[in-house]
Design a binder for this molecule. Structure first.
Ligand SMILES: Nc1nc2c(c(=O)[nH]1)N=C([C@H](O)[C@@H](O)CO)CN2
Length: 122
């Protein structure tokens, strides 16, 4: 059995890009995040203290992405997945990072990183 928490289309305006002009502006990044979590304790207690709080995770994403300039979307995804997995003790996490305005002819471009095991033992 596997329970999943998701965050869809979390938008963050970031200093991101390899070109000089990109270091002077903010650009829209969009995150889709999926995280495995065992809902047993949260559902039994109906207590937010026992869940993986999607609001807290969202704030951690925003704070990290806004903290500095990044040249590559890979760098953001790679460091962010490590940060979230460790800080929130997430057994499996998948982050899809879009930079929608990067390629005019494309609807979106970006990267996907996935870490850990989806099998949460109950
Ligand atoms: N694989 C990547 N390719 C490119 C990136 C990137 O972060 N990862 N970035 C750029 C530029 O910053 C581009 O987004 C400007 O439009 C080019 N290729």
């Amino acid at each position: 059995m596997m329970d999943i928490i998701f965050i869809k289309e979390l938008t963050v305006f970031a200093s991101v890009g390899v070109y000089d002009w990109e270091k002077t502006i903010k650009q829209r990044l969009v995150f889709n995040i999926e995280m495995a979590w065992d809902f047993e304790k949260a559902a039994q207690s109906d207590d937010v203290a026992n869940c993986l709080n999607y609001a807290t995770v969202s704030q951690a994403v925003i704070k990290f992405v806004e903290s500095q300039h990044f040249d590559l979307v890979e760098t953001i995804a790679y460091r962010l997945v490590k940060l979230l997995k460790v800080r929130f003790n997430i057994p499996w996490i998948k982050i899809e990072l879009h930079k929608p305005q990067a390629v005019a002819q494309a609807n979106s471009v970006g990267v996907i990183v996935e870490r850990g095991s989806r099998l949460v033992h109950k």
